[in-house]
Structure formats: C-alpha cells, structure tokens
Design a protein around this ligand. Sequence first.
Ligand code: ZN
Length: 730
Amino acid sequence: MKRTNKLSAEPRLVFATASLAAALASGCAPSVSTTTTTSAPAPATGAANPLFVESDLPYHAPRFDLIRNEHYQPALEEGMRERLAEIDAIAKQTAPPAFENTIVAMERSGALLNRAAKTFFGVIGANTNDTLQKVQEIEAPKLAANNDAIYLNDQLYQRVKSVYDNRARSNFTPEQMALVERYNRDFVRAGARLSEADKVRVRALNQELSKLSTDFSNKLLAGTKANALVVDNVSDLDGLSADEIQTAAQAAKDRGLTGKWVVPLRNTTQQPSQAELKNRAVRKRLFQLSTMRTERGDSNDTRATIRRMAELRAEKAKLLGYSSWAAYALETQGAKTPENAIKLLTDLAPAATARARTEAADMQKLIDSQGAGFKLEPWDWQYYAEQVRKVRYSLDESQIMPYFELNNVLQNGVFFAANRLYGITFRERHDIPVYQPDVRVFEVLDANGQPLALWYADYFKRDNKQGGAWMDNWVDQSGLMGFKAVVYNVANFTKPAAGQPALLTYDDVTTMFHEFGHALHGMFSNVQYPTLSGTNVPRDFVEFPSQFNEHWALDPIVFAYYAKHYQTGAPMPAALVDKIKQSRTFNQGFETTELLEASLLDFAWHTLPAGAAPADVDAFEATALERYNVAVPQVPPRYHSTYFSHIWDGGYSAGYYAYTWSEVLDDDAFAWFREHGGLTRENGLRFRTMILSKGATEDAATMYRNWRGRDPSVEALLEERGLKADSSVK
Ligand SMILES: [Zn+2]
C-alpha cells in the first residue's frame, strides 16, 4: 500500500526549483546574457510590485494578497538584471579572491530573482494559467542564459578556483569547505573549463533544452486535461461510489459539460477508477486515454519534444566529457554511475516480474472461474486485483476510506507523529495570504515553543495543477540570510463535492506522510548557506526522509490515533487494521515492476550516446524493457516516456531510480527505529540532528553511515515488499 503513493508522491519541484534556486543563489556574469535579458518590458513599477521588496509578513511569506499575474515578469527581468550586476561586481573586483568576497558574496546575490523565481515556479506548478504559462515560455530560456552567464564566466570561475585551490590552507569550517567544493564542482560541470567555442554550444543547448522542457510541461498539462474520460450515460460509471459519481458530475459542470460525467486523468499510466469500473469497455477507454494523452499527433504530442531533448542532453554530456547524460547526472549522486543504479534495478527485476506473473495468473483464474472468457489486459489489472484482494483479505477501499478523513489524518496522524518524534507543534494561521482558497497555512513551533517554520498544504486536484504530489520551499532556511523555512506540500486528492468530507484512500494517506517528510527536511534545516539548505541534496538521497516518514502512517500508536470513523469517531476495527497490514505486500509484483520499468526507461533514454535518439518512441520503449529483462505484457510502465514528467521537466532525468535507491535507505533506517524503540523523542532528536538538519553540508553516504553505524543493506526493502521468498528461490 505504501508503494503506490511512494511513487505518486513526487517532489518534482523539490529538484526542479532546488537546482534553479542553487543556481540562482549563486551569481552571474555580465557579458553574454545582458543582450538576451533586456528585450522585454522595462523593470518599471518597482514600488507597486510586491515581489520587488522582501515580504514584511511573518517568515517573509509571499504576499499572495498583493501579487498579480503581471508582477512576475518584471520581477524576473529586474531580478536577472540585478543579479548580473552583482555578479559582475564580484568578478571584476580588484581584491584578491577570498571566501567572503567571492563565495559568500555569490550566496548573497540574486535576492530579488530568487524570491521572484521561487514564487513564480511554485504557482506555475500548483495553480497555473495562460498568462503565467506565456511568461514561463518567454522567461525560462532567459533564466537558463542568466545561469550560463554566471557559470561560463571565466573571470568569475578563476576566483572560485583560486578559493578552491587554497582550501587546504584556509581555516574553513566543514560547512564552508562543503560550500567551496560545491561551487567549484558546479562551475566545472556547467562547462567553465571548456573552450570558448564549446561554451557557445553549451549555451545554445541550454537555451533549447529550457524551451523544450517548458513545451513538454504545457503539452502534458493540456493533453492530460483533454484526455479526461467523459461519459454521457451514468451507467458507464457503474462501480463508482455515489460520492465519486457526484464528484464526476461536478467535474463535468466545471468544464461546461453539465449533464455529463468527467473523470480526470491522474499523472500515472494506471488510473484509480479502473479498480472500480465494472464496464470493461470503459476501463479500456480510460486506459487508452491515459497512455495516448500525449501521443495523438495533435498539438499536445510530445514525441518529437522528448526525442530532441534526449539528443541534446547526450550532446551536452559529450561536450563535457561524459559518455552519456546519465553518466554526467550520476557523477554527483550517491549511486555515482549509471551502472550502479541499473544494477540495483535489474537485480530486483527477476523477483518483481516473477511475482507479477503469479499475480496475473491468480487474476486469470478468477476471470476464468467467472466464465468471462477473456485474457487479462492492462486495463483489467486493477479491477481484478481489487477482486482478488476482496476475496483474499475481504478488504475493499470503500470500507477503509471513512476512517481516513483528511483533516483528521493531518492533525492526528501526520502532525501527531511529528510531535511525538520531534516535539514540534502546529497552529493554523488564517492571516497568511494564499494563492488559491483551498490552500491552508500552519505555523510550526519547535519543542521549546519558538517559531520554526511556516507550512502550506494544497491538497486538492485542479485542472490547472501539475499531476502528482510534491514539496518545495517559498523561502529556504539560511543563517546567512537570517531566513527560517517556508515550505509547501502539493497533492492531487479528489476534492469532495461541497459540504462532503474529504475521505482518503490509504495511498493518499501515505502521500501526506511522504510529502510531510520532505517538509520536515526543509523545516529542520539548520545551515548557514542557502545553497546547502534543506532538501538541496542529491536526488537519490532526497527521497529518503520522505519515504522514511511514510513508515509512521502504519505505526500502531500513530495509526490508532488518527484512523477513526469520520461520523462516529470509532477507531478502525482491529480486524480491518489487520487486513490492511496483511494486504500490504499484496500486488507488490505489479507495483515493483511498473516502477522498475519506468526507472529503466529513464536510463534507456539517458544512456544513449550522442546522435542516437530513436525514430520510433514506442518501439524504443518495447526494446528497452526486453533488454533489461523487465517486460511483463500486462504491466505497463508506471509512466510511458511521452508523459514521464519527472524526467523531461521535473528535474529527475536519469534520476527516477532515486525512489528505489532511497527506498533501500528508508527501509533500512526504519529497521533501526524498530530496533531502538520506535516512536520516541530520543530517536527523533538523533535523526533530526544527524540527518534532517544537515542539508547538503556533509556527504550523504557519510551522513547515513554515521547515523546508522554502517552502510545500508537491501534486506529490509525485500522484506517490506514481500519479495524475499521470490528472490531466494530454493
Ligand atoms: Zn518524494
């Protein structure tokens, strides 16, 4: 059960904007990008534009009460201009290069741009509109050019290099040392050591990649909306609950289709409604709408976009001296090389696919016993899995959902667990402005009652929201800047019809715990320099705190505290709880296989050498899955390439394996808690101090080893997923 949302729980923006923010927090160079950045509207309206000044709200929370669509573009433009000027001054100063006048000066630069970009990208992801999308199309390539102006500025790089080369003789704190090494690495990886001709090419590649990534986002959002299931006859929705049908009627009304029913698409291949829809033809239609959403040859088709992106990434990697984009991307990750990551995935594949085939055979038996007379297809999987689950565990989703009312899960589950572990408390703030009325804001107080952070929750699905779930910061914690963290979680839970409670699936519940785990990582950050703050860690480490936090959803003390019937307040009956626990390893063959398939497709694209992008996307996928020995016909990848947002616009290119890599850590870490008494303040404090507060100030693997007392082992993962028997066949 926790697996599904482990995946649907995607902190896309954790990385997308964290890397941007890191880049933004740095600096710039004067020459090149001035020409590209001055073509748009004059800065203007400084006084009237709330983004131009530091917010005077508590925690410097964004002034969503004042910010309008038209404020973003001038703030981004002026922010880029200011940043270039600041960086120019750093690069051209006559004082010899030193930590303060170069590295720290870069950390302080770009305040306006950082504020404007963080606000803009947060809203673009969660609550976009045509105006903002237009601004993004114009500004994204300029932001890329602005970064290049910094990282390809030789005068600036020579100063950074000088500080770096002298680091052994400098009296740096460990955090300062980490920062200097990070800067030097970022410059080198951006191309600072390339010839002038190659730098010109890198700039052009970054421009085009930035544009393509925005194109992909916009096409995917439009394609997902356009391919919602629309039915004229309510009997087609036979199997859905009365509430779900009411929600579908409302969704139709919202789209001006009164009298019809609309089931919007989730970001994944498989759609939750397939578990309930009795009409096989409707299930098939929904499945095809999902898989074909961006492959219809219309203006939302992404095939040419992703082929081009794969090609350009391979070319950029080659210029920088790497055999592939994956080799380039993984150099700074825990996995270090694509081979190491692929080995973990392909090592898990035999156990996963064997289990998936067994699951398929079980369902075929059920289909045959009902005399249905057809062969199991992907669009049948969830429907029959749900039947098998009912038979085997006599458990169905509609029985458990009344025990998972959103506000109750939040206050008595997510907050309760965090309070028990870390002593923090929460109070809702109605005086902090939001960008959409469904968004809620909470102030987080530390164990000693002192202000710690601000946290926003935006849980309900909207057509103008990207799919999945994620976390990011409006403001990064930093001692240097004197900022506490302002963090948000976004998800896509079904919004109930007016006046109805929001009842969650167990997957939704774990998504809440997951994203809140990222939030804790952001809020507990206790570092000096913004570049090293909070979740700005390697991708294959960033999912560790979030996936770790999922484990508490089923902790007996926590579960008993929140899983209460929304009408009667009665605790979930023990028999039902047992069923949930017993059914946890159910369908894990399917869930592990679809995850491994998607992870390996990511590597198939990003281990391509330059000039090798395939002509036919579908054929390329099929061949890759065969080659990695992970293909199961009834189990399609969790995302097909054409709507795989993580790897094209979400900052997870050659990085989707990170969920699995981090899972080794989170299962191993939870085993430590189990061995040490579970949910205690002592355990929580140790985890907070040694992991959650450190950001990227230490090497992730070292940090883990120090906390755990050894390197992680894959044993706990196999146990959790119930794959152990299959993997050690006698
Ligand atoms: Zn996550």
